[in-house]
Design a binder for this molecule. Structure first.
Ligand SMILES: [Zn+2]
Length: 238
C-alpha cells in the first residue's frame, strides 16, 4: 500500500541503487516477517538510530529512509530500520498484527517489534534516535542536547512551527518507544519527525484527524532531503 498510495510513491524498499554494506536481522514480527536494520557509514564512532516506520499506515516516512540511502553519511554511522512494523506495513494498519500500537509499547515490550528496537538500542548504543512518523507536520525533541540541536536544525531547514516536546504517554504503563529506550540508555535523546501525509489513505484513523496535513510526494521528498542535510550538518558531516 505504501508503494501505491500516491503517484510516485516508493514504499520502504531500497530502489536507490546503493547497497548497505551491512545488514542485520534484529527481530521477527508477530506474523514472522524479518525486521531488518541496515548500516550506513563508519561502524566506529557515533551511531544514530533511525526508526523509519513504526505505524504501518504511515507512508511519508519512506522518503526520509530514501534520503539516507541516496546519500549515506561518511563520518558517522546510521543504523536504519526502514520499518519496525512489517506486518502493519503489509496490511496498511497503524497497529501491529498483534493489535498493539507499537509506539505505546515502550515500557511493556509486549510486541516482538518493541523488543527488537530495545535490543538494537542496547547493542549499538546510539547517541541519538530519530523516530519518523506522519501526518502531523511537526518536529519534536525528547531530552535536550543532541536531540534539541538536531530538531532545531531540521525545523529551521523546513520552516515548520518550531520545536515541540516529544513527551510521555502519561497513561498507565503505556509509553512511547523513546521513553522505553531510556530504560536501556538513561537520558537517551530522541527526535520525533512528523511528516505531512502524501495521501488521504495514509493514517486513516490518527488520534486527532483535524490536525492531519496532506501534501504531495514532491513536497515530502524535499522535506526529507532538507531534514537529512540538517542532521548531517549537526553531526559534522562535511
Ligand atoms: Zn505514527
Amino acid at each position: 500500500m505504501c508503494d501505491t498510495i500516491a503517484p510516485g510513491a516508493i514504499g520502504f524498499r531500497n530502489d536507490t541503487g546503493n547497497v548497505a554494506p551491512l545488514y542485520s536481522q534484529i527481530g521477527t514480527s508477530w506474523e514472522g516477517r524479518p525486521i531488518w536494520a541496515e548500516h550506513w557509514g563508519p561502524e566506529d564512532g557515533p551511531q544514530v538510530l533511525v526508526l523509519g516506520q513504526v505505524h504501518g499506515d504511515e507512508c511519508a516516512p519512506a522518503w526520509f529512509v530514501q534520503a539516507i540511502r541516496e546519500q549515506p553519511p561518511t563520518t558517522f554511522g546510521i543504523w536504519l530500520v526502514a520499518t519496525a512494523n512489517p506486518d502493519g506495513l503489509a496490511a496498511h494498519t497503524r497497529r501491529t498484527a498483534q493489535g498493539i500500537d507499537l509506539n505505546r509499547d515502550g515500557f511493556r515490550w509486549e510486541t516482538p517489534e518493541a523488543q527488537a528496537v530495545m535490543d538494537l538500542t542496547a547493542q549499538v548504543r546510539p547517541v541519538l534516535t530519530i523516530h519518523v512518523h506522519s501526518p502531523y507536520e511537526w518536529i519534536g525533541a525528547h531530552n535536550g542536547g543532541l536531540a534539541r540541536d538536531v530538531a532545531q536544525a531540521m525545523n529551521d531547514a523546513v520552516g515548520f512551527r518550531g520545536v515541540y516536546n516529544a513527551g510521555t504517554v502519561d497513561n498507565g504503563d503505556l509509553a512511547f518507544l523513546w521513553e522505553g529506550q531510556e530504560l536501556v540508555l538513561p537520558g537517551h535523546p530522541s527526535v520525533l519527525i512528523e511528516f505531512p501525509a502524501v495521501a488521504d489513505a495514509e493514517s486513516p484513523a490518527p488520534p486527532d484527524p483535524s490536525q492531519k496535513t496532506v501534501t504531495s510526494v514532491d513536497d515530502v521528498a524535499w522535506l526529507a532531503v532538507r531534514m537529512r542535510d540538517a542532521l548531517y550538518d549537526v553531526m559534522g558531516e562535511p
